[in-house]
Ligand binder design. Structure first.
Ligand code: HEM
Length: 198
C-alpha cells in the first residue's frame, strides 16, 4: 500500500492554520467592537470576546487584520494560481449539493477519498473564501472611510457597510461551526489538514 499521498501541500496547511487563527481573533475582537455600539438588538457575551474592552479589541482587530489580509492574499493567490481551487472546488452543482447534503444528513456520505471534496464542501469552501474577501473589502471601507470612499459609496453608506461586514462575519462564523463539527466527526480529514495525509 505504501504511505498515502499528500492531499494538502505544506503551503495549503500553513496558510489554512494561519487563516484559522487570524479569523478567530478577528471574530472575537470584532464582537467586542460590536458590543460598544450594537447594530441589532443584542450584544455578544463578554466571555466570548477578545481584547478586554473596546480599545483593546480595536487594537487587536487592527493588528490581526494584517495577518488575515496578507495570509488571504497568499492562500487564495496560491489556490487560484496553482489551479488547486479549479480542480478541487469546481464545478459547483446544485444537484451535487442537494444529493451530497441529503447523504450527509442520513449518514450515507463517503469520507474514504479525502482528495475529492463533496458537493456541499465545494460550495461551502468557495462561499467562505468569498465571505473572507467580502469581510476584508467591507473592513477596508470601515477602517478608512475617507481613503476608501469609492468602496463605501459603491457599497452604500457607512451603516450599510457595517451591516455587510456583520453579514460576512455571520457567514464565516456559521461556516466554522459546521466545518469544525465535520472535522471532528471525520478525524482522518483533520489529520490530513495537519500533516498532509490521513
Ligand atoms: C478552527 C478550526 C478549523 C479546523 C479544525 C479545520 C479543519 C479543516 C479540515 C479537516 C480540512 C480538510 C477537509 C478535508 O480534507 O475534507 C479543512 C480545509 C479547509 N478549511 Fe478548515 N478548519 C478550521 C478553520 C477554518 C477556518 C476558520 C476557515 C475559513 C474561514 C477554514 C477554511 C477551510 C478551507 C477553505 C479548506 C479547504 C482548503 C483547500 O483544500 O484548499 N477552515 N479545514
Amino acid at each position: 500500500m505504501g504511505t498515502p499521498r499528500v492531499i494538502h501541500p505544506l503551503f495549503v496547511r500553513i496558510t489554512h492554520w494561519i487563516n484559522a487563527v487570524a479569523i478567530l481573533v478577528m471574530i472575537l475582537s470584532g464582537w467586542a467592537i460590536y458590543n460598544a455600539s450594537p447594530i441589532f438588538d443584542f450584544s455578544f457575551p463578554p466571555a466570548l470576546t477578545l481584547g478586554g474592552g473596546f480599545i483593546g479589541a480595536l487594537r487587536l482587530h487592527f493588528a490581526a487584520m494584517w495577518l488575515l489580509a496578507a495570509n488571504a492574499i497568499l492562500m487564495i493567490g496560491y489556490g487560484l494560481a496553482s489551479g488547486r481551487y479549479r480542480a478541487k472546488l469546481l464545478p459547483i452543482r446544485i444537484r451535487d449539493i442537494i444529493d451530497d447534503g441529503r447523504a450527509a444528513l442520513t449518514g450515507r456520505l463517503s469520507h474514504v477519498d479525502l482528495s475529492q471534496y463533496n458537493g456541499v464542501q465545494k460550495a461551502m469552501y468557495a462561499a467562505v473564501l468569498v465571505a473572507i474577501v467580502g469581510a476584508i473589502i467591507t473592513g477596508l471601507a470601515l477602517w478608512k472611510p475617507v481613503q476608501f470612499q469609492f468602496l463605501a459609496r459603491l457599497l452604500g453608506d457607512f451603516d450599510t457597510v457595517r451591516v455587510l461586514h456583520f453579514l460576512a462575519m455571520s457567514g464565516i462564523a456559521l461556516f466554522i461551526l459546521v466545518h469544525v463539527t465535520m472535522a471532528l466527526l471525520v478525524p482522518r480529514s483533520l489529520l490530513a489538514i495537519l500533516r498532509g495525509r490521513p
